[in-house]
Design a protein around this ligand. Structure first.
Ligand SMILES: [Zn+2]
Length: 266
């Protein structure tokens, strides 16, 4: 993960911000090191001093997947969290292992598409919304898949799924495959010559992907895809995300940081 420290001011600064704790680890004797995802400042890494002491004012509010309002004191090398207030409790999330691991996966995905100082309120709001749904509804096999598609959509990486990514031909009833390398569905005519990894994509799978790219969760929730469709959708999104993350996110994030650094130092 890219961590370029671009602080130009040495003056300590305190501000209050809405955040989700996307990463947390023990630090020193009684502290906790947290990574917060925020709407307008991207990732904020900070130490929550004394958070593991039984009587800490921060209490459980700096635990993983907490949706909180925090006061951050900017330090020269390390920021710190002085106060944390719960915004939504997300209690249901913390009671089931499967829900918790799904929530952690979503938080990690959002983190991987974020950088320090990078504003992305749409991504933040989508994560909060999905954690609240995960908290209040029964676990659904498409929850994580739909969130993956939203992360791709928000960041401009939705695969080409309404036509062949190579020749633009419309969808036929069968014979399509998905190419993570080419970034979309490939028709029977275009699949032959290439040596890239091609994933099976039935017509129902393609339709499901298209629906997930356009629809709100409320319109996806009633769907009950069969095992094959679930497996295909899962594999396609996983491989596509991996390709996008490997090829695009690091370099784009890096270029954004460099551009910001240049404008800051002008
Ligand atoms: Zn084609």
């Amino acid at each position: 993960m890219l961590t370029v420290n671009l602080m130009v001011s040495s003056r300590p600064r305190t501000y209050s911000v809405e955040a989700v704790v996307v990463r947390a680890s023990d630090f020193g004797e009684a502290d906790r090191l947290v990574t917060l995802l925020t709407p307008f400042s991207g990732l904020v890494r900070a130490v929550a001093r004394g958070a593991r002491k039984p009587k800490s004012r921060l209490g459980g509010n700096v635990d993983l997947l907490r949706h909180v309002k925090v006061s951050v004191n900017e330090g020269r090398s390390l920021h710190s969290v002085s106060q944390a207030q719960s915004i939504s409790s997300l209690r249901g999330l913390h009671t089931g292992l499967e829900k918790m691991s799904t929530g952690l996966y979503m938080a990690e995905l959002a983190e991987r598409f974020s950088v320090e100082g990078g504003s992305n309120p749409a991504l933040f709001n989508q994560l909060v919304k999905m954690l609240q749904i995960l908290d209040s509804e029964p676990l659904h096999p498409l929850m994580a898949r739909w969130f993956e598609m939203q992360v791709l959509r928000i960041n401009g990486f939705v695969p080409t799924i309404s036509q062949c990514v190579d020749c633009g031909a419309g969808l036929e009833p069968q014979g399509h495959v998905f190419s993570p390398e080419r970034g979309g569905i490939v028709c029977p005519d275009c699949r032959a010559s290439e040596s890239d990894v091609l994933l099976t994509a039935s017509l129902n799978t393609v339709k499901l992907l298209r629906h997930m790219a356009r629809a709100q969760w409320e319109a996806v929730q009633p769907l009950r895809p069969d095992e094959d469709e679930l497996r295909q959708v899962g594999r396609i999104l996983k491989e596509h995300l991996q390709f996008v993350l490997d090829r695009n996110v690091r370099s784009t994030a890096f270029m954004d940081e460099v551009t910001r650094w240049r404008s800051d130092s002008d």
